[in-house]
Ligand binder design. Structure first.
Ligand code: SF4
Length: 320
């Protein structure tokens, strides 16, 4: 990892107009940078806006406000040619590989398609070599090329999705809950594969997840989102050793510990109630309806985003 910023996200908002004067504030002003070669984990319960953030960063959604810069260029103001190049450099891996792979295409066709669209490897032998190489890169082999997605396990299908994402030789990959649908043992294998590929190809990842268990092993830094807002951001080690925000503390306490003695005696912080609707979020701190530490000021004022320790940011009145 270097300290060169590859992606800058500044006060990014993505709202959806639902009609009848209702607005869903899926992402409501988040800011962070991602450095070249790092893995940035973006974590929060479903409905917190993390996947919408990923899609808006990639330009699949327009932004309502704020800015995303990739290598210094504004993603939402690119001309056609610039966007074409940008989409070669930034690829996405999805949660459900089965839904994202065409069931009527062979693995060869699936992996070759993005290269055909971009006019690469026009000669048959060259394309064949490239597809076989990509299959090997992700731990599959050439014998898999002529099979169809339904002939594979969930973990193998995710490997096919990864091979497809690598086809254009990108620099940056947004992995949107890439392991959530897989068994725990398979999750670890896919995480290891992503780490290996990062080393070999110098990739930068935005890794989106709904809990903190696996993210710890892959992320250099982690941002925690709640109801469209970023509530805490720091290095992975610091977040696990010294979580500041009450929401992060609750998420961490929900991770099971493999030792049965510790697991039985440790304290869990149970979150009260359900995630409120982003159509009608609580005033002040959006977490206040579920926070055991809520004070009067929490309903009146939105907590500022503050650097509590160098590189450790938190938005909570307990630290202001
Ligand atoms: Fe809890 Fe208040 Fe901090 Fe929000 S600002 S997390 S309600 S203590």
């Amino acid at each position: 990892m270097t300290t060169q910023v590859l992606l800058e996200v500044k006060d990014l908002k993505r709202h959806f107009d639902l009609g009848k004067n209702q607005t869903l504030k899926a992402v409501d002003g988040i800011s962070f940078d991602i450095y070249q070669g790092e893995t940035f984990g973006l974590v929060g319960e479903s409905g917190c806006g993390k996947s919408t953030a990923g899609r808006t960063i990639m330009g699949l959604y327009t932004s309502t406000d704020g800015e995303v810069k990739y290598n210094g260029s504004n993603v939402h103001a690119m001309g056609e040619k610039e966007r074409y190049n940008f989409l070669r450099n930034m690829q996405m891996i999805f949660q459900d590989p089965y839904a994202s792979l065409n069931p009527r295409s062979t693995v060869f066709e699936i992996i070759a398609e993005p290269m055909e669209v971009h006019g690469l490897h026009k000669k048959k032998e060259s394309m064949q070599r490239r597809v076989y190489q990509l299959l090997e890169d992700v731990g599959l082999n050439r014998d898999h090329a002529n099979r169809y997605p339904h002939e594979f396990s969930g973990g193998q299908r995710q490997r096919i999705g990864i091979a497809r994402a690598l086809a254009l030789d990108p620099d940056f990959i947004i992995a949107d809950e890439p392991i959530s649908a897989l068994d725990v043992s398979v999750q670890a294998q896919v995480v290891k594969l992503l780490q290996k590929l990062q080393k070999e190809k110098g990739l930068t990842y935005l890794f989106i997840a709904h809990d903190l268990s696996m993210v710890k092993y892959i992320s250099d830094r982690i941002g925690v989102m709640y109801l469209g807002h970023m509530v805490e951001l720091t290095t992975s080690d610091e977040l696990y050793a010294n979580p500041l925000h009450p929401y992060t503390q609750a998420l961490l306490s929900a991770i099971p510990i493999p030792d049965p003695d510790i697991e039985e005696s440790r304290e869990r912080i149970l979150l009260q109630g359900e995630l409120p609707s982003p159509i009608n979020p609580p005033s002040g701190c959006v977490f206040r309806t579920r926070c055991a530490h809520a004070m009067d000021v929490c309903a009146q004022r939105k907590p500022a985003w503050k650097e509590q320790e160098p590189g450790h940011f938190v938005a909570c009145h307990l630290y202001q």
